[in-house]
Design a protein around this ligand. Sequence first.
Ligand SMILES: NC(=O)CCC(=O)C(=O)O
Length: 306
Amino acid sequence: MASTYKPEQARVPPAVQLPVPPVTKFKIALCQLSATDDKERNIVHARRAIEEAAEKGAQLVLLPEIWNSPYSNDCLPVYAEDIDAGGDASPSTAMLSEAARSLQITIVGGSIPERSGDRLYNTCCVFGKDGKLKAKHRKIHLFDIDIPGKITFVESKTLSAGDNHTIVDTDVGRIGIGICHDIQFQELAMVYAARGAHLLCYPGAFEMTTGPLYWELVQRSRAADNQLYVATCSPARDAGAGYIAWGHSTLVGPFGEVLATTEHEETIIIAEIDYSQIELRRTNLPLQNQRRGDLYQLVDLQRLNS
Ligand SMILES: NC(=O)CCC(=O)C(=O)O
């Protein structure tokens, strides 16, 4: 018997329409940077890379996860900054704000360790062209892993988890933010898609076991499942570090296609985003209308409670 299901019968609110972005085509820069134990050097180094990216035409710059500090449970408390206090209490975000304003670009500022009261978070700040802080995302899913003989890392020893998802309207479209391990949770990406995101940005430091296994796979999955753009930015690899990053920062399009990527050395990837490709993909294959809300549903608790 033919199905009688109609999408409008689903009990959850329908996905919002994709908002019209302020620009359709623009350049994004993925700054795959090295992070040393010298915080001042890391800040100056990131500032230079952002400037170079802007000179090459990037309107959006994405930095890596934990770019101002070595990524270790010993270092995170020492390098942490009080972002809400700002100024001298947060030289890293002061630099990002100044760079965004003077270069007239949007910056998704990777992540830095944040101190807030007696807690520490892994936090990404987004700055607009006016230098104002537009959003702050605290990593929701902390990276606790134990594969004996390969990788043992317990981020939750030091950090607390954030409790909110973060979606932000910018001069380069509506952006959903996640940090590294957040990318493994498809529900977060689905919530962002349901809220009209054009692009998901994930600063991320996958490592030498998980990187080759599924770093590219999860990026392509989040993009293809949700028919939107996904951008990731890793630290460059330092083979002598305690935590060795995989690298391979990447831009994926709404067909799940890799548009730009790299190996593990320091580099700045410049690539073009064209949001008209999202509409095209969704017209070609209208997954949103084909979804069976009578059989399964995504419940966005944050939205329902607001
Ligand atoms: N820094 C991280 O969150 C790493 C995440 C990772 O490697 C994963 O498999 O997830």
